[in-house]
Structure formats: C-alpha cells, structure tokens
Write a protein of this length. Structure first.
Length: 169
C-alpha cells in the first residue's frame, strides 16, 4: 500500500468517526476520498447537498521531534527548542485556509483532529476547555477565511468528541 493510499484510508476512517460523533445529517455511504485540487473528502448532506471537508491532524512538529529524541535516547533528558513550539491548531487552520481548492461551488468545512494512532503522531489537547482557547486562537483566523469555507471543527479521536465548532451557517 502506498503512502497516499494509507493517507486516504486514514482520512476516511477519521471522517467516519467524526461523522458518528457529530450527528450531522450526512448520507451514510456518501463520503469518498478526493484528489487535489479538491479537498480531502466529498460527501452529501441529507438536507444540503454536496459538501467538501479538508482534514488536518493537529500535531506540533517540535513535540514530535522531542518524542523521537526521547525514544532514541532513553534515560537522557531531551531539550525543546522553545522558539519552535507553536500553536499547532492555529497553524494547521491557517495552512488549510490558505490553500486554493476546487469545489465547483460547494462549501468547504475544515476538520482538524487530535489523533492518537501511535506514539509518534498521537497528541491530545493541552487545554481543559479547548472551546475557550479556540475562541481566542482559532476563531479570528476563521473569520478571515474566504467565503467558501463554511465551518471549522476540532475533533478528538481518542474520546470521539467534538471539542469545538465554529462557522457560517
């Protein structure tokens, strides 16, 4: 299986978990993977027609580097580069909103997610009240988004929980 095939399979699995947790009126067999320049997933809403979802894993690259260093140097202290630590949820949202997508007029929703597939890509929210944090860190970014972006979602896969949702309805 190629890397692209694994990525597509992973994204569809994440989307199906999100679909179940969100309770959105998505036609059950409608989600399918798409190739660029389209967003990652195309699906049909029962009441709303075609909607695209662009997915993004929330993961701080510096924290991932530290995890790898800790695994390679068990028993030794690893030191973060504080200047490289960021707000991965904000950075990923910015990245997704800056891309140009083809949607043939259908709206786009951004689905960002905390994953815990394995030790290297796993991450969990660092805030007890993620929604409060997102209002200050992510909402201002989304408010500047092009009009074809309808909503942004933050999903935690471990607990199958929607942590935050915001957008234009």
């Amino acid at each position: 299986m190629t890397s692209d095939m694994r990525k597509s399979k992973h994204e569809l699995a994440v989307f199906r978990e999100f679909m179940a947790a969100s309770g959105l009126g998505i036609v059950p067999d409608s989600p399918s993977n798409m190739e660029p320049p389209f967003p990652d997933i195309r699906c049909s809403f029962v009441d709303d027609g075609i909607v695209y979802f662009e997915l993004g894993r929330i993961l701080d690259p510096e924290m991932q580097r530290l995890r790898l260093a800790a695994l390679r140097n068990i028993g030794k202290q690893v030191k973060p580069d504080i200047a490289k630590l960021g707000l991965p949820e904000r950075d990923m949202l910015r990245s997704k909103l800056a891309k140009g997508y083809r949607t043939d007029g259908a709206p786009i929703e951004v689905l960002l997610y905390f994953d815990n597939d394995n030790l290297l890509v796993g991450d969990v929210p660092v805030f007890d009240d993620f929604a409060w944090h997102a209002e200050y860190v992510m909402k201002p970014e989304f408010d500047l988004a092009p009009p074809n972006f309808r909503r942004v979602w933050v999903f935690e896969r471990h607990r199958k929980t929607i942590l935050w949702q915001y957008g234009r309805t």
